[in-house]
Design a protein around this ligand. Structure first.
Ligand code: CP
Ligand code: NVA
Length: 298
């Protein structure tokens, strides 16, 4: 049987993704229902910082009765230049699943090609599919199905934005992206799903009538040196109360975190009493647990 990976959302079918999300909702209510993964081990190879993704995976593995091993570049031979292909072959013989956070998406693909165990994308420069599981779970929990709804992405055409493009196709929603000139997502990806995705440079146009408004930092990990320039390029692209007056009254605001209050999102929105952003963060654990259960039970 071919091994199942989760490098982008498109590695799973719509049915599989929805079943993982509904399982996450179920496990959140009753964690004892989990299919225990006793003696299974997850390796976490992280070449970038993380709070949520790492903790979610480690806690999920603990609750599933398995174990996890965290490897930063400082600890593993990958950090000293051992080929990813060799690392994939060796880890395949020792652990049961690998989650990787790295820069080039191609590096993750090369690892997966040489792996006989499931490989999960824990974030690359191009995609962050685990975050989408949590975001869709959060939307469903608060508002029901996302199918047929309108989502506005405000800000950088980055890894999160590109994952929303994939999600628009798989979860059947309209995605309106508002980004400054020069910060669009990959044009091939936009073209591929052009029946679902549109791009504007005007945030209020994108948000008009939206059911969900999503944003993310203006400078992603690896772009820290561009931060000052980006703050000026993205001025006018803040998600704030004024922008939200154009959205539907029941619209939710999401942010994958970490957030920069006063830049891509105003403090009053993120600190609002009724924000779902903390549920969104918590759901990383439930959805990654359901994902692990799915991949490890193949
Ligand atoms: N949202 C997210 O992936 O957070 P971390 O970088 O803390 O893992
Ligand atoms: N776009 C951000 C997401 C962080 C979870 C980054 O890549 O840094």
């Amino acid at each position: 049987m071919t091994v199942k990976h989760f490098l982008t959302l498109q590695d799973l079918t719509r049915e599989e993704l929805l079943s993982i999300i509904h399982r996450a909702i179920e496990l959140k209510k009753n964690p004892t229902l989990a299919a225990y993964q006793k003696q299974k081990t997850l390796a976490l190879i992280f070449e970038k910082s993380s709070t949520r993704t790492r903790v979610a995976f480690e806690v999920a593995m603990t609750q599933l009765g398995g174990a996890s091993i965290f490897l930063s570049n400082a600890d593993s031979q990958l950090g000293r230049g051992e080929p990813v292909e060799d690392s994939a072959r060796v880890l395949s013989r020792m652990v049961d699943c690998v989650a990787i956070r790295t820069f080039e998406h191609e590096k993750l693909v090369r690892f997966a090609r040489n792996s006989t165990i499931p490989v999960i994308n824990a974030l690359t420069d191009d995609f962050h599919p685990c975050q989408l599981l949590a975001d869709i779970q959060t939307y469903i929990e608060h508002r029901g199905t996302i199918s047929g709804k309108t989502v506005a992405w405000i800000g950088d055409g980055n890894n999160m934005c590109q994952s929303y493009i994939n999600a628009a196709d798989l979860f059947d929603f309209e995605l309106r992206i508002a980004c400054p000139e020069g910060f669009q997502p990959d044009s091939k990806l936009v073209d591929k799903f052009k029946n679902r995705v549109s791009i504007t440079h005007n945030p209020s146009t994108a948000v008009r009538g939206a059911d969900l408004v999503v944003t993310d930092v203006w400078a992603s990990m690896g772009q820290e040196h561009e931060e000052t320039q980006r703050i000026s390029s993205f001025s006018g692209f803040q998600v704030n109360s004024e922008l939200m007056t154009h959205a539907n009254d029941s619209a939710l605001v999401m942010h994958c975190l970490p957030a920069h209050r006063g830049e891509e999102i105003s403090a009053d929105l993120i600190d609002a009493q009724d924000t779902v952003i903390w549920d969104e963060a918590e759901n990383r654990m439930h959805s990654q647990k359901a994902l692990l259960e799915h991949l490890l039970s193949q």
